[in-house]
Write a protein that binds this ligand. Structure first.
Ligand code: FPP
Length: 245
């Protein structure tokens, strides 16, 4: 028996309301040109700007980008440092344009592992844009879905152990309230670039019914037209949520 009402019948012209993207292929983009990996990440940051602008123009209400995973710390120290530098730069340099365009920026991930100045920049960016409502932009930094689910489980387990929450009261809605995405709609469409076909510990709970679209384009080459193509593919899909359509 489903614990929540099933979503309404699929409408081929509707949505997606929430697009999430696994940005992949920066390293290969750079390698193909004989450049250091950081050059691919820099061009990847340019693609982020293009796609955020494109999402606004296409009137997508929510865009979530996977920028740095809990597993990315295992990369060479100089690459981690380059990526953190790009994120720091993005948070400082883009916030005005995001704000002017009515975007609300939120960062999803474990802030405990981030440098203090980045944590401050995140708080400033979120605070500055919190009242905007035209486009939600979520950036996943130091994010891992298993880690997120374990944290939520621990919080609930402590409440149960303390006698503050009956175990039977933990349903999907209650569980979601402890996730880092509490209050956000689930992604309807997940795009992964670069030809890889994996979910890589990204929003595992939230993507339960997402449509997955894998594209060969490397992230630094991705733009608004690729986003439109992925959305067209999404609209051709019939979403059944386990029913029969
Ligand atoms: C995957 O490509 C990409 C990343 C791990 C980082 C994504 C970061 C950016 C796009 C730049 C900064 C982000 C923002 C929001 C400004 P890869 O390095 O794994 O590529 P490969 O598989 O070809 O080696």
């Amino acid at each position: 028996m489903p614990t929540a009402p099933l979503p309404a019948s699929p409408d081929p012209t509707a949505g997606p309301s929430h697009v999430a993207i696994i940005m992949d292929g920066n390293g290969r983009w750079a390698k193909a040109r004989g450049l250091p990996r950081v050059a691919g990440h820099r061009r990847g940051a340019d693609a982020v700007r293009r796609v955020v602008r494109g999402a606004g123009e296409l009137k997508i209400p929510m865009l979530t980008l996977f920028a740095f995973s809990t597993e990315n710390w295992t990369r060479p120290a100089d690459e981690v440092s380059d990526l953190m530098g790009l994120l720091r730069h993005y948070l400082r340099s883009e916030i005005e344009e995001l704000h002017r365009n009515g975007a609300r920026l939120r960062v999803i991930g474990n802030r405990g592992g981030l440098a203090d100045d980045i944590v401050r920049d995140i708080a400033d960016a979120e605070q500055r844009t919190h009242a905007n409502a035209r486009l939600d932009v979520n950036i996943c930094i130091n994010y891992g879905a298993r880690d997120e689910i374990l944290q939520a489980t621990r919080v609930l387990a402590r409440k149960v152990a303390a006698g503050d929450l009956p175990a039977e009261a933990i349903d999907e809605q209650r569980f979601e309230r402890e996730l880092l995405t509490a209050g956000m709609p689930d992604p309807d469409l997940v795009i992964r670039t670069s030809g890889e076909q994996r979910i890589s510990n990204f929003l595992l709970w939230q993507c339960a019914y997402a449509e997955l679209v894998f594209v060969d384009t490397l992230w630094p080459d991705f733009g608004k037209e690729h986003l439109e193509q992925a959305i067209a593919e999404f609209r051709r899909r019939e979403r059944r949520y386990g029913g029969v359509g």
